[in-house]
Write a protein that binds this ligand. Sequence first.
Ligand code: PMP
Ligand code: GLN
Length: 375
Amino acid sequence: MSKLPNTPTSIFSIMSQLANKHGAINLSQGFPNFPVDERLLNITKNLIGKNVHQYTPMNGLPSLLENIASLTFKNYKRKVNIASEMLITAGATQGIYTVINSFVKNNDEVIILDPSYDSYEPSVLVAGGKPVRISLNDDYSPNFNRIEDAITKNTKLIIINNPHNPTGKIWKESEFQALESLLEKHDRVLLLSDEVYEYISFSHPHISINTRPKLRDKAIVASSFGKSLHVTGWKVGYLIAPEKLMLEIKKIHQFLVFSISSLSQHAISEYLDIVDFNEIEKMYVSKRTLFQNLLKNSKFELLPCEGTYFQVVNYKQISTKGDMDFAKELIVKHGVAAIPISVFYKDSTDKQMLRFCFAKTDETLIAAAEKLVKI
Ligand code: PMP
Ligand code: GLN
């Protein structure tokens, strides 16, 4: 009877609930705990009494669409047609779900690269499609031989995520070139590029599909202001896609949400006039450095973190337990919550690793690290 008989409650809900229950410091679910920029709060306060409370146009508030188009041109030199190539969504989650349900039909296959974000597979299953989950290499780079071997006549879509949740990996130029060659050869296959952490990169710059003329024609790019502006609860994201794809996406979007929160769209639209994304990235550079330095003398081994606000660690020196059990023990015995990495794999591959979110106040990171170094 169930459409998703084997889909559990999202790990993010489970771990945040456990953290609350045991009073643990919550470095599990990815959301900031520092205050929202006061300028954004003031903009919102000033808007409350104005005429901003009715439906916006279905594809989004025109001024927000224009500001996103300017941002996309400034950062990626892509000229986006506001009327036909852009859509404001209720977070990236709804954008991704809508894209998948716009193109995937019964028995269509969707290639997903593991470890993968938890919303991809259920969205494919609801559409009646078949998720085909391929492991990334051991260093979390894409394995194009494996991906190509997985392509069949039924393959409709490949989903990529860059910078990558949970591993923090960022693809290199050569990997985008390999993707271009692959999709030139298999030209019916569409690409969904989840770029919600596009403004958080450390070791080398994030390369957006918005900058790849060879891919843009067959690609949908998903972004999220929740991630970029520290307002995850506002659930404002957007999609960019060529008109022929966007027409199909809008057909579903109009009956799923029609339009999203008008107040949030107005506020973000005004805020985009003044916010500096370089400052946001700088703040995360310093949080990553702080957290990494704090954990230097712990028994946790830190993996490279090239982007996102997640630090993956290996705890082999501490315990032989599986990552789910260890994550629970960490909450109950040591008072810190993290996300076990095995949940991001179809076959629950367990390499004894956890993901910590460092989008937290320095005080929170210091308090968590004090507990972690004692283990
Ligand atoms: N994709 C990835 C990789 C994510 O980490 C998240 C979580 N924010 C989302 C999509 C969903 O974003 P939103 O909160 O805007 O729905
Ligand atoms: N994207 C966030 C994370 O990875 C969680 C989003 C959610 O809770 N659905 O932690």
